[in-house]
Design a protein around this ligand. Structure first.
Ligand SMILES: Nc1ncnc2c1ncn2[C@@H]1O[C@H](COP(=O)(O)OP(=O)(O)OP(=O)(O)O)[C@@H](O)[C@H]1O
Ligand SMILES: [Mg+2]
Length: 364
């Protein structure tokens, strides 16, 4: 078998001597030269090798050049391979016509002038090289287009998943709160009303346990989708987030007052809220921060949410290379909105994350 990159030329002639001379002359082309002494031999070789060009003697015993050419044209592998007929000096116009009909693209007369042979084969090999390059670049273009389509489809899918996840969280949070929460409240009420005949200490213990479960259910519902997110603007949501984080540990979270007036649509609000939530978790978990500052501004037709911490700061690794899902999730949330995140050194010592989203009229 020949290699994929080196072109291959097949010489077919029943005279081994002619084959030898032609082969010698074509040595300079750098192509792999294959030789066959009969039509059958030629067909067999084309099954094993991808030929760029076939030089075919017209007069051969048994299957002649025309017949061989017709069979080569009929085979998938050699359908488009150029065939050059090598004819005797006496061949007339009718014979040449027959050659063209059989699929030949050019002729050489015997005795073959070796410099002409070399020039023709070189020209055909150059044509073959260009065609192969065009095919390859066409294939690359197609492959690139396919990859771009796949990437676009994946991005759409990521957006759908993100939205569905948010909807699912909302649904479960409501169900927990409305269904389970109200049933538990009902049980609590029944226990208080109907439990006059039972042991008081037991009743107090059971009521405390029911209260605890009610608290848990509420907590899970809130962590799934804080009601404030469906009721208030981002400033209020961030205030709520700051309070709940500050209440659960030594972290002090502050909010710039000018952030109050930045209004936005629901998807932007949810995305920025979730980003702030993840950034706060990161600041505590990785930065061991004691202070976080939120700033929400509108400038140059973009909304900017800055989350600065005073923690350990960035370890210098490109954030796309970390195995965590936090930053990746942030980028996925912002991409469909035309937004992006940026990480930089925080003015208060640790890491600063800036999430920006263009205002609707500036989105692509
Ligand atoms: N505020 C921060 N201070 C210092 N390093 C941080 C901070 N935030 C993130 N990092 C670093 O960036 C990495 C990636 O964060 P990311 O939120 O993407 O993933 P994660 O927190 O490790 O995992 P996950 O968010 O999936 O639970 C972290 O592992 C940490 O090394
Ligand atoms: Mg994280």
């Amino acid at each position: 078998m020949t290699t994929e990159t080196t072109p291959c030329v097949l010489l077919v002639d029943d005279h081994p001597n002619t084959l030898h001379l032609m082969r010698e002359a074509l040595g300079k082309t750098g192509a792999v030269i294959l030789t066959a002494t009969s039509g059958m031999d030629a067909l067999r070789l084309t099954l094993l090798n991808e030929c760029a060009l076939i030089l075919l003697d017209v007069r051969m015993p048994g299957m002649d050049g025309y017949e061989t050419a017709r069979l080569l044209r009929g085979a998938e592998r050699t359908r488009h391979t150029p065939i050059l007929f090598v004819t005797g000096a006496a061949e007339d116009e009718e014979a040449l016509l027959k050659g063209y009909e059989a699929g030949g693209v050019d002729f050489l007369r015997k005795p073959v002038a070796m410099d002409l042979l070399l020039a023709k084969v070189t020209a055909f090999l150059e044509l073959h090289r260009r065609q192969r390059e065009e095919r390859r670049s066409h294939q690359l273009t197609l492959e690139l287009e396919r990859q771009q389509e796949n990437a676009a489809r994946l991005r759409e899918l990521a957006v759908l998943l993100q939205n569905e996840r948010e909807e699912e969280r909302k649904r479960i949070a409501h169900e927990l709160h409305d269904e389970l929460g109200s049933r538990l409240a009902r049980i609590r009420l029944d226990l208080r009303q109907e439990g006059s005949g039972v042991d008081r200490a037991w009743l107090t213990r059971i009521l405390a346990q029911v209260d605890e479960v009610i608290g848990c259910v509420r907590g899970v519902a809130v962590s799934l989708r804080p009601p404030v997110l469906d009721q208030m603007g981002l400033y209020a949501c961030l205030e709520w987030l700051a309070q709940s984080f500050s209440a659960s540990g030594p972290l002090q979270v502050t909010l710039g007052d000018h952030s109050r007036n930045v209004a936005m649509e629901e998807p932007v609000k949810t995305a920025l809220f979730r980003i702030a939530q993840e950034a706060l978790t990161n600041a505590v978990r990785h930065g061991r921060a004691s202070r976080v500052e939120f700033t929400l501004t509108r400038a140059a037709r973009r909304i900017h949410l800055t989350i600065a911490d005073d923690g350990a700061g960035w370890n210098g690794q490109a954030h796309q290379q970390t195995s965590g899902m936090g930053f990746r999730g942030m980028e996925e949330r912002l991409r469909p909105l035309g937004g992006a995140i940026r990480l930089e050194r925080s003015p208060i010592g640790g890491l600063q994350l800036v999430a920006t989203v263009p205002e609707p009229e500036s989105r692509p």
